[in-house]
Write a protein that binds this ligand. Structure first.
Ligand code: UDP
Ligand code: MG
Length: 318
């Protein structure tokens, strides 16, 4: 099979028939063998009924996964990825904002130009300013942290992947915003971009409003960065900081001690050790240093028991 199209959806009943008809038109025009996997993320409207009706009409090409409740876009993508059989896997949103007309070119970039992942770039975007401005900021940070400098639009719903990529990454929580980073961490580094057409939402409204998504988005980015750099060697992070604190503490102790001894020996007036500011510096930094060390050891113990500890990306064995 050439193409699997994975579509996570939450309350998108109005869009689905039109979206499927459009995909079908494009796929047939290009002569592709394909499947469309609708992942119904606990919709409370009639989305599932619509999917069942599509399935009844197009047994061969339509597949559906129904979550019992709303888990989020990342879990929906994850489950769709597990089912996907096509050589190239396309993800797109269900709301008709992404155009199926882009699929043949995305497919070509993966199969002919050898990309592992091609992300859409909504260069001209039809969303309110309250969405587009924070998104710019978000993308700039994500580029820096991930080191994927050629992507303008990490969170574009329209992306294409070589099959190995989606079978070897685990999208969880709200990590769908950082799939290129996940892919890069798994060793898929040929990541490209294609400018795609974007349309205003035709039906319903956005499921990702509100400001807390940015806060959570940044926290997720920090977690990912931490996991990819120190995930299996937490002691390298905490041990370093702990040692640093310890050294600061030790220097402070030496200053306190020497200055008191010096004053005593030279018959100068001297203060109690506890009157010196260095005493408090020594005290706090040694306590913090010890705690960081303990955190490092705990982290090591946890990672030693983790099922991930020996999960490596093996491309080939012969
Ligand atoms: N979506 C989902 N689960 C959720 C929220 C959203 O599957 O909990 C789907 C949604 O139905 C759509 C896609 O994720 O197909 C992108 O959502 P939306 O269009 O609301 O995001 P926006 O384009 O506004 O960023
Ligand atoms: Mg949308």
């Amino acid at each position: 099979m050439d193409i699997s199209i994975v579509i996570p959806l939450y309350n998108e009943e109005e869009s689905l028939p039109e979206l499927f008809a459009w995909i079908k038109r494009v796929m047939e025009a290009g002569g592709f063998t394909y499947e469309v996997i609708f992942v119904n993320d606990g919709s409370t409207d009639n989305s599932w009924k619509v999917i069942e009706a599509l399935k009844a009409e197009h047994r061969e090409t339509v597949r559906g996964i129904k979550f019992r409740r709303n888990y989020g876009k990342s879990p929906a993508l994850f489950c769709g990825f597990q089912e996907a059989q096509g050589d190239v896997v396309i993800t797109m949103d269900a709301d008709l904002q992404d155009s199926p007309d882009e699929i043949p070119e995305l497919y070509r970039m993966i199969t002919e130009e050898g990309y592992d992942l091609v992300s859409g770039w909504k260069k001209k975007r039809y969303d309110p300013l309250s969405k587009t401005i924070p998104t710019k900021l978000f993308n700039a940070t994500a580029r820096r942290v991930s080191g994927i400098n050629n992507l303008h639009d990490f969170n574009c719903g329209l992306k294409a992947y070589r099959k190995e990529v989606i079978k070897n990454i685990e999208v969880y929580g709200e990590m769908h915003r950082y799939i290129p980073y996940l892919a890069k961490n798994a060793g898929f580094t040929k990541i490209g971009e294609k400018v795609v057409h974007h349309q205003a939402r035709k039906f319903g409204k956005t499921k990702f409003g509100g400001l807390n998504r940015f806060f959570n988005g940044y926290l997720d980015l920090i977690s990912l960065w931490f996991l990819s750099t120190f995930g299996v060697k937490p002691m390298h992070f905490f041990g370093f900081l702990g040692s640093l604190m310890f050294i600061i503490g030790a220097i402070a102790v030496i200053i306190v001690g020497i200055s008191k001894l010096y004053a005593m020996n030279h018959g100068m007036p001297y203060r109690l050790v506890t009157d010196s500011p260095y005493f408090y510096l020594a005290l706090t930094s040694m306590i913090i240093g010890t705690q960081l060390f303990v955190a490092g050891f705990l982290g090591e113990l946890i990672s030693r028991n983790s099922t991930e500890r020996n999960k490596y990306q093996i491309e080939k064995t012969i």
